[in-house]
Design a protein around this ligand. Structure first.
Ligand SMILES: [Zn+2]
Length: 472
């Protein structure tokens, strides 16, 4: 007879999982998600679960749910396989508070936006996010963001930012993020930290140094990163900010006016010159609703396929013609592996997929399927950029403490049993740009709040996740 001692005697097992030669880690926490749309279509969140993720923080890049309270209630009522926390989105709040206009907020509008931020925080948001390349946040002066960040800070929130610039002017943008943190006295999370554009490759040294220096001064700033050298966002980010005032419908009116169209093209030409891009070969369509034959092709390729001469003007015109029909989801190949690795070595950097819940359609960025497995295989096992324990810490306790996710991120008595069991020699991402709908492999069990969501490497369909509200 086996005499059970210690914990095993105190907690007789209901079910035994053989985890011999496997790593038992806290469930992975992904602090940079955009699941507002997808989670209701697929509450089992397969792409996250198969990558070991048990909790996401959504509402990033300025785009949170219109009503945080309703959103979190719906998460609880549909029942999801992952736990969901959310940020309040600055773009959402600004749109509700003053529309999509390119001007300073009036005193009344400021008051309205502050009230909306407070309400979102009281409803359970864990902080405020900005997306300063998107509408209408791109028109916000720094002091407007400081005012709203102060409200989030008063309720213990964090400030997560998709910065105004990630290319040539990235230093300015980091400075702005740090200023907002200091003036609002709020912990800062710089989202999907990167330097884009060939002419900026190598600048990870100076940009990370700015973050390190701020931390040395005692300032709480952390970053997150997806382990890929391509980014993913929409097609409209390619046109100048002013052309987007009022939204896509207004852009369409401007595109039709020959004079204004010329001005937009000139703006596009300037930014191409600044970033030293010869053409739009770096810009690949992930999903374009009006014509799915574009999916997976670069703008340069589509332009060629249409029988047009390859030059910048033709390609820029193609972009405007596409935008006249619909916005497209894009993948931009603009980063460099050395910079990525330099950022990864930073101890206050957390892997985060910057993805949604996949519905199996289009050609999405592989980061939505393979972020954690890729860090653990390519960068831990193969390239030894960081150690296994360190990677797990960045996927678990670091994000939990930064985003105040109470009783998550560690395996301890009294904490929620969000657990992932994987084989450190087998875990691997399979999703690639050309064939993204591939789940990661090597994870044998995922428990969410004590229930098996992955069992013997298969999703069980169990939906034991809950909405996580800030402890207000
Ligand atoms: Zn973003």
């Amino acid at each position: 007879m086996v005499v059970q001692k210690g914990l095993a005697a105190r907690y007789p097992s209901v079910k035994t999982i053989d985890a011999k030669n496997r790593i038992i880690a806290p469930g992975f926490i992904d602090v940079h998600a955009h699941i507002e749309g997808g989670i209701f279509e697929r509450p089992t969140a397969d792409n996250y679960i198969y990558d070991g993720v048990t909790t996401v923080v959504t509402g990033n890049c300025g785009s949170g749910a219109d009503d945080i309270g309703d959103f979190l209630k719906s998460i609880d009522s549909i029942k999801t396989s992952i736990n969901v926390a959310t940020l309040a989105g600055h773009n959402t709040i600004k749109r509700l508070g003053m529309g999509l206009e390119n001007r300073r907020a009036t005193a009344d509008e400021m008051k309205r936006m502050e009230a909306l931020t407070l309400e979102a925080m009281q409803d359970g948001a864990v902080g405020l996010s900005t997306g300063l390349i998107y509408l209408p946040g791109m028109y916000s002066p720094t002091d407007e963001i400081v005012s709203l960040a102060k409200v989030a800070a008063s309720k213990g929130g964090v400030y997560a930012t998709h910065m105004r610039y990630e290319g040539t002017k990235v230093n300015e943008a980091i400075e702005e993020a740090l200023t907002i943190g200091r003036e609002a006295n709020i912990p800062v999370q710089i989202s999907h930290f990167k330097v884009t554009g060939k002419n900026n490759w190598g600048r990870s040294i100076e940009t990370l140094a700015m973050v390190e220096e701020a931390r040395r001064q005692g300032f709480d700033v952390t970053i997150d990163q997806y382990p890929y050298t391509a980014s993913s966002t929409n097609l409209a980010v390619r046109v100048p900010d002013w052309a987007l005032e009022g939204g896509l419908d207004s852009l369409r009116v401007r595109i039709k006016d020959p004079e204004t169209r010329k001005k937009i093209l000139n703006g596009m030409k300037e930014s191409q010159k600044r970033d030293k891009q010869k053409n739009y070969g770096f810009a690949v369509v992930a999903s374009f609703a009006p014509d799915s034959t574009y999916n997976g092709k670069s703008i340069t390729q589509i332009n060629k396929d249409l029988g047009r001469k390859s030059n910048f003007t033709n390609e820029a015109n193609l972009i405007l013609d596409m935008l006249a029909r619909a916005n497209a989801q894009m993948i931009y190949h603009t980063m460099n592996e050395k910079d990525l690795v330099h950022f990864m070595k930073y101890p206050f950097n957390m892997p985060a997929a910057d993805a949604g819940v996949s519905n199996g359609k289009g050609m999405p960025h592989p980061r939505g399927f393979g972020t954690n497995a890729r860090v653990l295989s390519r960068y831990v096992r193969e390239q030894k950029v960081i150690g296994l324990e360190e990677a797990v810490r960045r996927m678990t306790s670091l994000p939990a403490s930064k985003f105040n996710l109470k009783d998550r991120g560690l395996i301890m008595a009294g904490r929620y049993a969000d657990i992932v069991i994987f084989d450190e020699n087998e875990i691997r991402d399979l999703s690639v740009y050309e064939n993204p709908h591939q789940y990661s492999t090597g994870i044998s069990y995922v428990l969410v709040n004590g229930k098996p969501v992955i069992q013997e490497a298969k999703h069980t369909g169990v939906r034991s996740g809950v909405a996580l509200r800030s402890a207000q």
